[in-house]
Design a protein around this ligand. Sequence first.
Ligand SMILES: NC(=O)c1ccc[n+]([C@@H]2O[C@H](COP(=O)([O-])OP(=O)(O)OC[C@H]3O[C@@H](n4cnc5c(N)ncnc54)[C@H](OP(=O)(O)O)[C@@H]3O)[C@@H](O)[C@H]2O)c1
Length: 333
Amino acid sequence: MTSRTVRRVFMLGATGTIGQATVRALVARGHTVVCLVRPSAGAGGKMSAADSAHLLPGAELRFGDVTDPASLTRDGFRGERFDVLVSCLASRSGAPKDAWAIDHRAHVAALAAAQAAGVTQMVLLSAICVQKPLLAFQQAKLAFEAVLVDSGVTYSIVRATAFFKSLSGQLERVKRGKPFLLFGDGTLTACKPISDDDLGRYLADCIDVPERHDRILPIGGPGDAITSRQQGERLFALLGREARFKSVPVALLDTIIAVLGTLGRVVPALADKAELARIGRYYATESMLVLDPATGRYDAAATPSTGSDTLFDFYAKAIAGEASVERGDHAVF
Ligand SMILES: NC(=O)c1ccc[n+]([C@@H]2O[C@H](COP(=O)([O-])OP(=O)(O)OC[C@H]3O[C@@H](n4cnc5c(N)ncnc54)[C@H](OP(=O)(O)O)[C@@H]3O)[C@@H](O)[C@H]2O)c1
């Protein structure tokens, strides 16, 4: 680790799951953090300005519209100088139109405004799944990654593996005595889950770690890769119950995608639902690990790890009521 200089950081996506953790880490490292947020933030716009301020202690909040270049400059940067742009901004729905508007266009505008404000470095939260881009939101993320790489600013593109919230959606149903749902036999996919705070710290440290500059950085959490079946087995063990699984065929998702895709040609809202089903199918069949381009296989050993928080410790805390589970926007079950 190199010496740390206090920077003026302009932060996007601060009200999201990883955004909050990243602001905590940036503030803890002594940086000056200015966040551009929506007046009504959070899933469904349920968070007031005061709620956002409560969630982001130590950071300055400015209210504006990241999709509007004029607002970015007027309400966000305000003619001031900044050093670093950090973004955990992402479409909440993953629907194609929103993904292109947020993951791509808003980022392009924000980077231009940031460079005009003197920014010479950007840390971008991306996703490991863009290495096999089959979905609109992945294409939108990749398109901005390319803009960033060509921009001339020092970049760290952090392609994270699965978050705890995306792997905890079945906790409540299992607690209620229902079986754990699996695609196939539950070993089709694996991931190295990363906690919000471990990822937030990793993102914040990108500012000062030269080895993370001008790099695309796949990153997972500590320990071995975990399959869905192992997640279920651990949940039942922690609850002191015998494991019960129910297998869901992937072909069921294919049927849903085909039906919604056809109807979506007439009813646009159903086209978005078809895309959500495609997102579900993707996560049901693709691992969140580094893909070896030579073999086309996912490689747990080649997937770097950071941090110390484990998913299974998180499950134990959630069961004990010491941690709360936020449903992932793209959670399948
Ligand atoms: N879930 C996973 O397992 C996983 C794994 C790897 C990578 N990722 C990637 O990690 C990234 C962040 O994930 P997350 O779970 O932290 O996201 P999140 O909780 O959904 O937060 C998204 C952030 O973007 C902001 N945003 C979305 N639409 C906006 C708009 N129209 N205008 C202004 N702000 C907007 C949200 O603001 P509001 O609060 O105002 O809505 C929020 O601050 C995503 O790119 C995701 O693809 C996810």
